[in-house]
Design a protein around this ligand. Structure first.
Ligand code: SF4
Length: 322
């Protein structure tokens, strides 16, 4: 089922320190805490979880927009976590990002012509005429046209701006795209158009996606596999169909119980979690989910659960399966 790995994330950590002023100890925020997973060529691998679970920080750290605190990021067989800025800049051609807010990621002072030809120029691709030709081609692929070349980002709707953001990410023919909540700022009617565009581009350019989202309905539609994150850690990974049909981790079960059923005869009982997500500055001992877990046992309060097999290509970090 799975092709060769394109991205391997091994024991990745991203900690931030917060200065509290004179004579007070610094606090450490464990935004990403010992995260490991593999993304295979051509698949869409979703990272899901509540806001603040570390999924966006994981995505940005993979692309080295943030430097990792420790751990390994292996892209196309090459360990990249220690590469210099200039080495990373060369590699970025193969690893691109689509942001949640396309307006923030597009320079408002530049025309679409400048926005799309700039990456080609930086990476030494093609002559000026060829760069414009490629910009027009990619605009047409994402559903816009040459007519839009000399307009500014503010002259477009949110959906059109996200198409331009996607065009900017794809124009260098990357292998990996990290898409961070790419449709959550868009109207529901536009969301499916942008999702379908991402799927079309994936087929056309043989792209691999890391798709970050809190919207499990969208994730079910687009992804091949899903990793569920809670408080900086991955707690479950499985194929999309498997995880929706048979979630194992109590947190995954609660998340999925809120998603409308895909079939009328699919019955699901809503599980309401009590309490807020604990602070990553001071995570609970043992299993970080234990204060909210309806199945909490004594061991959960003191021992962190290891990741164990829970089926074919299905792993879970929970003492219920240990
Ligand atoms: Fe719940 Fe314990 Fe499993 Fe954590 S390890 S999810 S507290 S049962």
């Amino acid at each position: 089922m799975y092709s060769e790995p394109l991205l391997e994330v091994k024991q990745l950590k991203k900690y931030y320190t917060i200065d509290q002023g004179w004579f007070k100890p610094r606090k450490v925020v464990k935004a990403v805490d010992d995260v490991s997973f593999t993304v295979y060529k051509g698949e869409t691998f979703a990272l899901v979880g509540e806001s603040g679970c570390g999924k966006s920080t994981t995505g940005r750290t993979i692309l080295r927009l943030h430097d990792p605190t420790s751990g390994q990021i292996v892209f196309a067989g090459r360990e990249i976590s220690g590469l210099s800025y200039s080495e990373m800049r060369r590699l970025r051609r193969k690893m691109q990002m689509v942001f949640q807010d396309p307006y923030a990621s597009l320079n408002p002072k530049k025309t679409i012509r400048q926005i799309l030809t700039e990456p080609l120029r930086v990476h030494g691709v093609a002559s000026p005429t060829e760069r414009v030709k490629q910009a027009v081609r990619i605009l047409e692929i994402v559903g816009l046209s040459e007519y839009h070349l000399d307009r500014y980002p503010h002259e477009f709707s949110g959906g059109q701006r996200q198409r331009i953001g996607i065009a900017k990410a794809v124009i260098l023919h990357p292998e990996l795209i990290v898409a961070d909540e790419p449709v959550s700022a868009l109207d529901v009617s536009i969301q499916s158009q942008v999702i379908n565009l991402l799927l079309k581009l994936q087929r056309e350019f043989s792209l691999t996606y890391v798709f970050i989202s809190h919207d499990l309905g969208v994730v079910r539609h687009i992804s091949d596999r899903v990793a569920v994150m809670y408080l900086g850690k991955v707690v479950e990974v499985a194929a999309t169909e498997e995880i929706f049909a048979s979630p194992k981790h109590p947190y995954t079960k609660a998340l999925l119980s809120a998603v409308p059923a895909a079939h009328p005869d699919e019955k699901r009982e809503r599980i309401l979690l009590t309490g807020d997500v604990p602070s990553p500055v001071n995570p609970p001992p043992g299993c970080a989910f234990h204060p909210r877990c309806p199945s909490c046992m004594e061991i959960c309060r003191t021992a962190a659960p290891p990741m164990v097999n829970a089926g074919e290509h299905h792993v879970v970090a929970c003492h219920l399966y240990n």
